[in-house]
Design a protein. Structure first.
Length: 365
């Protein structure tokens, strides 16, 4: 009896130990973003509720109904196979969960169809859920190519920096670098990648870039693709890389403002008006009529300080006295007949006859 009790207790202990492990299996399988639909089939004009979990917090997502797609192969034709006009945007909450209604619309290509949910900004992530549009045509998917399949093995990065010319409005350029691996059974020769840049809510403009080389099955290679923006571009951009109709990588790119262009226009607004003003003043000065001189003689009071300086005598100097002009006598006076001069030659005396001091000779006649 005691042995049965021990076995039962051992089984209970083992069940308690295995229960957390059994509950952890779905969590591991559900790792990553997931999408769930309220209905697996609906007709045009109706709506379904799309919910998801495991997404990045506060991420902006786009929900689309796409044809010629399966969760295993993805959307073969890219967003060109989706009903883009009837798509809806949704933002996840702080836990990475969302739920929103999506109107049912027929995609431009036959089914099989999926509800495709993908991130709009930030790190690329997507998920698909099987959906059937009632009444829409269904065709088998095209045969999968036996060629190699490339997948991105490392994070993408942008190499390069801006120079002085970029500061003055030259086109910014970088090099998109990433590593891909060949998961197929045959080599991939000279793969062609599509590189696109998008700004804000605008769709990327794709440009084909070919990699020269061969990637063997199970091998990997580092890919470097040039990326260039238009002249004067600035702001937040997103560089995307697409191969085989699927977006494999996205990389944000913050481009600084070309302040040299702003400085140039400030100088133009300051220098050009000043130059125009100087030219205008010169023209006005040349066209202004000149005033005629009133007399042919030298202008008055122009050299007055110089003339006063020349005319002022130098006091206390014998040379100034010698240079001073001598006073000429008047023509009707002579040195002897000059009253002033005669009076100064002798001492003053009185010549009147009644003077007591005057002595006369006797006998003079």
């Amino acid at each position: 009896m005691s042995g049965k009790v021990r076995i039962s207790a051992l089984v209970a202990v083992l069940a308690l130990l295995l229960l957390p492990l059994a509950g952890a299996v779905p969590a591991v399988a559900a790792d990553g973003p997931t999408v769930k639909l309220s209905k697996s089939q609906a007709g045009t004009g109706g709506s379904i509720t799309v919910s998801g979990s495991g997404w990045r917090a506060h991420a902006l997502l786009m929900m689309l109904i796409c044809g010629r797609a399966t969760p295993a192969r993805g959307v073969i034709g890219g967003t060109n196979s989706c009903a883009n006009a009837d798509g809806r945007a949704v933002t996840t909450d702080a836990k990475g969960v969302f739920s929103k209604k999506l109107p049912v619309a027929e995609p431009p290509v036959p089914c099989p169809c999926v509800v495709h949910v993908a991130t709009v900004t930030g790190v690329s992530a997507d998920a698909d859920a099987v959906f059937q549009v009632a009444g829409h045509a269904v065709e088998p998917l095209p045969a999968e190519s036996s060629a190699g399949r490339l997948s991105v093995l490392s994070d993408t990065r942008l190499d390069g920096s801006s120079g002085l010319l970029t500061w003055f409005g030259a086109p910014p350029s970088r090099t998109l670098v990433f590593t891909v691996g060949n998961a197929g059974s045959s080599p991939v020769k000279n793969p062609v990648f599509q590189v696109g840049t998008s700004h804000g809510v605008f769709a990327p403009q794709w440009d084909d870039q070919q990699f020269s080389g061969t990637i063997a099955p199970g091998g990997k290679a580092e890919i470097k693709l040039p990326v260039e923006l238009s002249a004067g571009a600035h702001g937040d951009y997103t560089v995307s890389m697409k191969y085989g109709g699927r977006v494999l990588a996205e990389q944000p790119w913050g481009v600084g403002r070309p302040w040299g262009v702003t400085l140039f226009w400030i100088l133009v607004c300051v220098v050009v008006p000043a130059a125009v003003f100087r030219v205008g003043m010169a023209v006005v000065d040349r066209m202004r009529p000149r005033r005629a001189a009133r007399s042919t003689g030298p202008p008055r009071h122009r050299n007055l300080p110089t003339q006063l300086t020349l005319r002022m005598p130098k006091f206390g100097s014998t040379a100034a006295q010698e240079e001073a002009p001598a006073t000429s006598t008047l023509p009707w006076f002579t040195p002897d007949s000059d009253p002033g001069t005669a009076g100064r030659l002798s001492a003053p005396h009185d010549d009147s006859p009644t003077s007591p001091t005057t002595h006369t000779r006797k006998g003079s006649t």
